[in-house]
Design a protein around this ligand. Structure first.
Ligand SMILES: *Cc1c(COP(=O)(O)O)cnc(C)c1O
Length: 388
């Protein structure tokens, strides 16, 4: 050690002097927290609150969770390192061997593989049901059914399930209901107010909104959230303070962003309906969408996702995809930049024709996450990309 160089560490509570009251939430970039005394540690262990270790709780993350709970109209919420960490922790917390999960067939691929391949290894089986069966769940549920999982609007055709009907059927049968609300966001749809037990979201999409944070969330009643929170401690899927800060910042503009996504997507969907080369536009805000009435009854906006079915099948979809100039070619959704994806090359890659037909997916589909550019620019770009 260099002579005269002090290695004494200055602790955070020795620095500064005046008490700072920041307007925004600081990033508590620390794994662990100090205690004044054994008595204070004992109080923490007795449930008196405070902080011990950032895998359990962290002030930046706690602030984020309060904001997420507010957005979902929930007692409480939890933040996770990804949407899949949220989904897997929720399912591991609330199911035991012998239980069955009933799930809408049109769900995110990761959730499908989690239910179909992974949870089965722990004795939790899954059954996948069509949107039509979702309307009569009383006839679907068996004696072992413990939990219902459903996504609405679904990927990529934005089919909507009547959430009130699903929630009522679950309540009557004593089955826990979970809605993956990622596509709608809490601005457009409030599943808890419609009667379901829990909402789950990939915060990597609209909640953060800038395509620069991978995160997930679960929200609902305090008792259920506490149970899932205990499992999160074990599985270790909590979000880090740095992305929690970024997500908190994204949430501040959620309402205005989603309002603009809604307006832009509706303009793009309307502008492409009946356009040469477009066989069909799937957007729940269009009267032509099969679930328009359901969407109107339970959503306050129709979201930023539009799905096109092009005449000419996969070749036409690939051609349009490659010719886009404003819209970028990328997976994911819900960000400021418009992005396009081809379902059969992304979410539905490797599916057989029968599996595609079951999910209502065609090889000519092009999915667009309409961003916050000028809607006229996005529409013109998609039109020129499809053009002959
Ligand atoms: C992206 C997504 C997920 C998974 O979230 P990650 O943050 O990528 O782990 C789950 N459900 C839906 C509907 C999604 O779009």
């Amino acid at each position: 050690m260099v002579k005269g160089f002090s290695t004494r560490l200055i602790h955070a509570d020795e620095a500064g002097g005046a008490v700072a009251r920041p307007l925004t939430t600081p990033i508590y970039e620390t794994t662990t927290f100090t205690f004044e005394s054994a008595a204070e540690l004992q109080r923490y262990q007795d449930g008196g609150g405070g902080f011990l270790y950032s895998r359990y709780e962290n002030p930046t993350v706690v602030a984020l969770e309060a904001q997420l709970a507010t957005a979902d109209g929930a007692d409480a919420a939890l933040a996770f390192g990804s949407g899949m960490a949220a989904a897997s922790t929720l399912l591991m917390a609330l199911t035991t061997p012998g239980d069955e999960v009933v799930c809408g067939s049109a769900i995110y691929g990761g959730t499908f593989h989690l239910l179909n391949g992974f949870l089965a290894r722990f004795g939790v089986t899954s059954r996948f049901v069509s949107p039509e069966q979702m309307g009569d769940l009383g006839a679907v549920f068996g004696p072992r059914t413990r939990l219902l999982w459903c996504e609405t609007p679904s990927n990529p055709t934005l089919r909507c399930v009547d959430v009130r009907t699903v929630a009522a059927a679950c309540r009557a049968a004593g089955v826990m209901s979970v809605i993956d609300n990622t596509f709608a966001s809490p601005v457009n749809q409030q599943p808890l107010a419609l009667g379901v037990d829990l909402t789950m979201q990939s915060a990597s999409k609209y909640l953060n909104g800038h395509s620069d944070v991978t995160a997930g969330t679960v929200a609902g009643p305090a008792a259920l959230i506490e149970k899932i929170g205990k499992t999160r401690r074990l599985l270790g899927g909590i979000l880090d303070p740095q992305p929690a800060y970024a997500l908190l910042r994204g949430l501040k503009t959620l309402a205005v962003r989603v309002a603009q996504h809604n307006a832009n997507a509706l303009a793009v969907a309307r502008g492409l309906e009946g356009h040469p080369g477009v066989a069909r536009v799937w957007y729940p805000g269009l009267e032509s969408h099969p679930d328009h009435a359901v969407a109107r009854a339970q959503m306050s906006g129709f979201g930023g996702m539009v799905c096109l079915d092009l005449e000419g099948g996969q070749a036409a979809a690939i051609r349009a995809y490659d010719r886009m100039q404003v819209v970028r070619r990328a997976a994911s959704l819900g960000g400021v930049e418009s992005i396009a994806s081809i379902p059969v090359l992304t979410s539905h890659y490797g599916y057989t024709d029968a599996q595609l037909a079951e999910g209502g997916v065609t090889r000519g589909m092009l999915r667009i996450s309409v961003g916050l550019e000028d809607a006229a620019d996005v529409l013109a770009d998609v039109r020129q990309a499809i053009g002959q």
